[in-house]
Design a protein around this ligand. Structure first.
Ligand SMILES: CC(C)(COP(=O)(O)OP(=O)(O)OC[C@H]1O[C@@H](n2cnc3c(N)ncnc32)[C@H](O)[C@@H]1OP(=O)(O)O)[C@@H](O)C(=O)NCCC(=O)NCCS
Length: 191
């Protein structure tokens, strides 16, 4: 059975982007399959800790994040999903008020980082998050986008690169207890 009733494949259609010798792999998800959904939902618990239940992936909202317009990369360790980062062309959010603070809206030169999550026991070690982010940045660079943007807790984005700028501060951002900023990071061209 290739396709389930809901139009969701049984097995994700993926492209392997990077692979290590130790069972670590980064894939681009071209079409999400039901085999990965439960694992992604589990990883999204990390977001719930910070943003509350509304941030949790569910069977019904998963296609909001994994669809033909989004660019989702997942990291797997020994075939289990341990994290994901999702980029989306900024224009996808033209109906959102926040997107209109960005002067590049409509210029098709920006990828917005929709989500970046790594399971707690894989954070800050082994280079898991760093590798996932690096693959994402390279993908964006190769496609000639000029900027990556996103929302992060205030103060985090200044570490991304010296020319990352704060476009707008959001004192309230969903259920987070701290202020968030919308940042813009210029992407250097490939040498
Ligand atoms: C965000 C998260 C994936 C970072 O993972 P981590 O293992 O703690 O990451 P590290 O501190 O080792 O940093 C890894 C890289 O990610 C970058 N980074 C950290 N937080 C980031 C964020 N919110 N957005 C984009 N990049 C981020 C770091 O600057 C670092 O970049 P570098 O490799 O260029 O130095 C992880 O903390 C997490 O899952 N948090 C809960 C979910 C969350 O708050 N996500 C952000 C909003 S969607």
């Amino acid at each position: 059975m290739e396709q389930l009733a809901l139009g969701i494949l049984e097995k994700s259609k993926i492209k392997v982007i990077a692979e290590g010798l130790n069972g670590f792999r980064i894939e681009l998800i071209e079409k999400i399959g039901s085999d990965d959904i439960a694992q992604l939902i589990e990883v999204s618990d990390e977001l719930v800790k910070k943003f509350g239940e509304s941030a949790k992936l569910t069977k019904s909202n998963i296609t909001k994040y994994f669809n033909k317009d989004t660019i989702p990369f997942v990291a797997r360790q020994n075939n289990k999903i341990i994290g994901y980062i999702i980029g989306v062309p900024l224009e996808y959010f033209r109906k959102e008020a926040w997107a209109h603070y960005d002067v590049n809206l409509g210029l098709q030169n920006t990828i917005y980082t929709y989500a970046f999550v790594v399971k707690g026991n894989f954070q800050k070690r082994g280079g898991y998050s760093k590798s996932l982010k690096r693959v994402y940045l390279n993908w964006v660079r190769k496609r000639n986008y000029k900027f990556i943007t996103g929302h992060t807790e205030l103060g985090i984005a200044k570490n991304f690169s010296s020319n990352t700028e704060t476009v707008k501060i959001f004192p309230e951002w969903y259920n987070s207890k701290v202020s968030f900023e919308y940042y813009r990071r210029p992407i250097k061209k490939e040498k």
